[in-house]
Design a protein around this ligand. Structure first.
Ligand code: HEC
Ligand code: HEC
Length: 332
């Protein structure tokens, strides 16, 4: 009786039994499309994300290092920031970042809003002070009007700025990857090679750390479980936050969504080829020396995790006025 009811329900919502089974039993879950409930706030956040006037130089925006036409990253080993300084660590993608248990490689920000205050004041990134960034926004009448409309006050605050940016970032999800279509029951969405790669990915234990909607982002794990990771990069991971020795070299597991677009790989950006990153992971995390065919298959599977990229025109930024502080593009 219950079974009949369940089957009826399944036909009603038009999911075949095999896909309902896949949806519930597979360790990776499909990404849901984001439904925008506060369009004005999202539009404002989008402008702020693209606005280089939030940087001291006047030419670095969030999008400089999290380029939305490049998978939400900058495709550099470590980012270039203010005054062409080389940053200390690889820039993670902002796509699907709302699904992370915390933000940054070491998880030092609890959520997107807390994160967004960081780069504006980071001397290596946008190199501005928060109060100056706010002065810039307050000098631009169109921004004042937009903030007023959304937050009901003409006093722009840092909280509002980061709240709007976070609201925009939450929309940056990438549904409809071929892998998700397969999860939902479309058997033709993947090739045999890709399915073989996925089976291997599960069989050898990659899913222990890379699972869920984001295929990562849900835990901190040691980089180099079986074998240490060789790097010149000084970052020590989660210990910077907890102070616990056990957290030395533990990093937030990155999402593998859109991973074919977000090279180079690892916190030091040392590997440009996805095949090489897969090989390193299998050896260091799982003690497995994979055959080259397995590496190819897993890589083929990982490429099916590329979903719909954000689609929109770069926003028109509100014009500066005579009162807008003048940027300092180059410094001695
Ligand atoms: C100069 C390059 C640069 C700029 C500009 C920049 N970021 Fe980042 N971003 C990075 C780097 C590098 C990291 C990783 C830092 C770390 O983990 O210690 C990062 C981390 C993040 C994360 C965390 C993602 C994750 O998975 O942990 C988010 C979200 C983010 N940035 C959003 C923004 C926003 C919003 C802005 C604009 C206000 C911005 N970034 C400006 C380079 C940049
Ligand atoms: C014990 C947990 C764990 C296991 C098991 C694991 N990973 Fe990872 N993975 C991580 C962590 C942590 C990182 C980030 C390491 C760093 O950058 O220092 C990572 C990074 C990656 C990256 C680079 C992503 C990026 O954006 O830089 C890829 C690709 C990857 N893993 C694939 C795999 C594959 C394929 C397997 C199985 C062969 C696997 N991982 C097994 C924890 C794990």
């Amino acid at each position: 009786m219950y079974k009949a009811l369940l089957m009826g329900l399944i036909t009603l919502i038009n999911i075949s039994p095999v896909s309902a089974e896949r949806l519930s039993s597979e360790p990776i879950k499909p990404i849901q499309a984001f439904i925008i409930k506060e369009p004005d706030k999202v539009e404002l956040g989008k402008k702020l994300f693209f606005d280089p006037r939030l940087s001291r130089s006047g030419f670095i925006s969030c999008n400089s290092c999290h380029n939305l036409s490049m998978g939400g990253s900058d495709n550099l080993p470590t980012s270039i920031g203010h005054n062409w300084q080389q940053g200390p660590i690889n820039s993670p993608t902002v796509l699907n970042s709302s699904m992370n248990l915390a933000q940054f490689w070491d998880g030092r920000a609890a959520n997107l809003q807390e994160q967004a205050a960081g780069p504006i004041a980071n001397p290596m990134e946008m190199a501005f002070s928060h109060s100056l960034a706010i002065d810039v926004l307050r000098s631009i009448p169109q921004y004042v009007a937009e903030f007023n409309k959304i937050y009901g006050s003409s006093q722009i605050t840092l909280d509002q700025v980061t709240n709007a940016i976070a609201a925009f970032e939450e929309t940056l999800v990438t549904p409809n990857a071929r892998f998700d279509l397969w999860l939902k029951g479309n058997d033709n969405a993947l090739t045999e090679t890709e399915i073989a790669g996925y089976q291997k990915f599960k069989e050898i234990g990659c899913v222990a750390c890379h699972n869920g909607e984001a295929v990562g982002g849900s835990s901190f794990q040691r980089m180099g479980v079986i074998e240490p990771y060789q790097t010149e990069n000084p970052a020590e991971g989660r210990i910077a936050v907890t102070g616990k020795d056990a957290d030395r070299f533990s990093f937030k597991v990155p999402t593998l969504r859109n991973v074919e677009l977000t090279y180079p790989y690892f916190h030091d950006g040392a590997y440009w080829k996805l095949e090489d990153a897969v090989d390193v992971m299998a050896r260091l995390q799982l003690g497995q020396q994979l055959a080259s065919q397995d590496i190819k298959n897993i890589t083929a599977f990982l490429k099916t995790l590329t979903g719909d990229q954000p689609q929109f025109a770069i926003p028109q930024l509100p014009p500066s006025t005579a009162n807008t502080p003048i940027p300092v593009p180059f410094e001695q």
